[in-house]
Design a protein around this ligand. Structure first.
Ligand code: GLN
Length: 537
């Protein structure tokens, strides 16, 4: 077994406490001390991956370079650590069972009765240790999705218990994230829910080494002592996690609370000098903007914060880079029509048309693109947003009113967006799209080329439909240029309108690659163009 140390992050009392942010913040503090660290997420649901989940259910689906459709927490891991994750960083119960059942069919278990313990727990343990055993990491942080006490979580908690027993207390530990609610009627913070959740964990044989307590109010020394005594942890291991102004403050708040020190102590590792200079520079710019722009985000899931998580975070990174506060106005594409567009887009300095699937809301997107094209408002179309820009162009510039995507109208007269050849025979929905990173060659002098500052880029994808090359000549000669092309397949990745100040549509998802320390060049350029648009009004 390698020398890798394992940290498990469990959650108690309620969901949505921000385990992903705490895991990412701790990883950041360890990385800033030169430890090689990675984070992985284990989700207790039966879907094999979140790719088939509706954004209403589970928020955005994050895509890795190697084409895994994963939980949005992996986006936080990448944005905080500035390193890529992979398929191995996200495992679900569905995947675990699928693999165990496949082994059973192959006869791997030699006639044994296949059971949750030990077969499912062994599979979980193997997958927990997979990244650690590559020798690439000193520390692997594993976030266990769900809340302690859930029926679904039990095999994971049992696997954690077994692993700690096998690896020893110096090599593995548990951070339990919990809620300390404030009862305004009593004017008090309450520790009882945390006591119960720690007790539930202990009933499964797992002891929390550290408590990270989410709270809206400062936790007094008295309460820290009480929590320590009743929850069986040292007082310095009671870490307060108070509501922060931005998620990017959390690493510094955890540093103040000494989370990294407690963790390193427990794992018998040394605390080292910490380098967060660039992180602090980002925060400084993010919190002290010199200007402000308003960006309209047009999509059909806009009422849900998590559905466009990576886009919203990319806008924060790009805003900081431009020392500009980015105010996002969400605009529901389904309730957008040519009659109210100018009213809904008043005071908007730039427009993003979001990715998506299915026909709902697409006509509103097309009408909005027509408006921003005519009014010289910076436009950034992402995936479906790019496809809608192509349709808008063909309908209104080439006059082919029946142009559409095969996705919206299978029998449309002018299928300017068509199904990719390799997708035609696919019927299964899970993991079957064109996924992951592909190269793209940029045309010299294009906006994309200027923004990236290079000719070859690699970006992540998640789509089944593509620009129909049969219409390329007509589309390009009428003013919408293909400026980014996959060198192997000829697939059009970027379209631009050179007669417009900033009109860019991308078939890929740039938002998956923007990080705090590496804001995405297209988002940065888009915000810059939106600022210029604001100044020119
Ligand atoms: N539905 C479109 C396609 O599959 C766009 C996908 C997306 O926006 N991610 O091609």
């Amino acid at each position: 077994m390698s020398n890798t140390k394992y940290i498990f992050v469990t959650g108690g009392v309620t969901s949505s406490l921000g385990k992903g942010i705490i895991a990412a913040s701790l990883a950041k503090l360890l990385q800033a001390q030169n430890y090689r660290v990675t984070i992985q997420k284990f989700d207790p649901y039966i879907n094999v991956d979140p790719g088939t989940l509706n954004p209403y259910e589970h928020g955005e689906c994050f895509v890795t370079d190697d084409g895994a459709e994963t939980d949005l927490d992996l986006g936080h891991y990448e944005r905080f650590l500035n390193v890529s994750t992979s398929q191995a960083n996200n495992v679900t119960t569905g995947r675990v069972y699928q693999s165990v059942i496949e082994k059973e069919r192959k006869g791997v278990f030699l006639g044994k009765t296949v059971q949750v313990v030990p077969h499912i727990t062994n599979e979980i343990k193997e997958r927990i240790c997979l990244l650690g055993e590559t020798g690439e990491y000193d520390i692997v942080i594993t976030e266990i999705g769900g809340t302690v006490g859930d029926i679904e979580s039990l095999p994971y908690i049992e696997a954690v218990r077994q692993l700690i027993w096998e690896l020893g207390d110096d090599n593995a530990m548990v951070i339990h994230l919990t809620l300390i609610p404030y009862l305004s009627a009593a004017g008090e913070l309450k520790t009882k829910p945390t006591q119960h959740s720690v007790k539930t964990l202990m009933e499964s044989g797992v002891k929390a080494n550290v408590l990270v307590c989410r709270t809206e109010h400062e936790i007094s020394d008295e309460i820290r002592k009480k929590l320590a005594l009743f929850c069986n942890v040292k007082k310095e291991s009671v870490i307060q996690s108070i509501d922060a102004q931005t998620i990017y403050d959390v690493p510094l708040l955890m540093l103040d609370e000494g989370l990294d020190k407690v963790v390193l102590n427990t794992l018998k590792l040394q605390s080292k000098p910490i380098d967060l200079i660039d992180w602090k520079k980002f925060l400084q710019k993010h919190k002290n903007p010199k200007e402000q722009v308003t960006i309209g985000l047009i999509g059909k899931y806009v009422e849900l914060q998590d559905s466009y998580k990576s886009i919203l975070e990319s806008l924060i990174h790009a805003g900081a880079e431009n020392e500009t506060k980015v105010v996002v106005k969400s605009i529901h594409s389904e309730f957008l029509s040519s009659d109210d567009i100018s009213e809904k887009l008043t005071d908007i300095d730039g427009v993003i048309v979001a990715p998506g699937f299915g026909g709902r809301g697409t006509e509103g997107k097309i009408d909005a693109i027509k408006f921003v094209r005519k009014n010289n408002i910076p436009f950034f179309g992402i995936c479906l947003g790019m496809q809608m820009a192509v349709i808008e162009h063909v309908r209104n510039q080439l006059g082919l009113k029946e142009a559409n995507s095969i996705e919206m109208d299978e029998d449309c007269k002018y299928p300017v967006i068509t199904i990719m050849e390799e997708q035609k025979t696919i019927t299964d929905k899970g993991g079957t799209m064109r996924l992951g990173a592909w190269d793209c060659e940029l045309s010299e002098g294009s906006l994309a080329h200027k923004a990236y500052g290079k000719f070859t880029i690699s970006e992540r994808h998640r789509h089944r439909y593509e620009f129909n090359n049969e219409y390329r000549e007509a589309i390009e000669s009428s003013g919408l240029k293909a400026t980014g092309i996959n060198p192997k397949t000829g697939l059009i990745e970027i379209v631009e309108n050179p007669n417009h100040p900033w009109f860019v549509g991308v078939q890929y998802h740039p938002e998956y690659k923007s990080t705090v320390l590496n804001p995405h060049p297209l988002f940065v350029d888009f915000i810059k163009a939106s600022l210029q648009n604001k100044h020119s009004k």
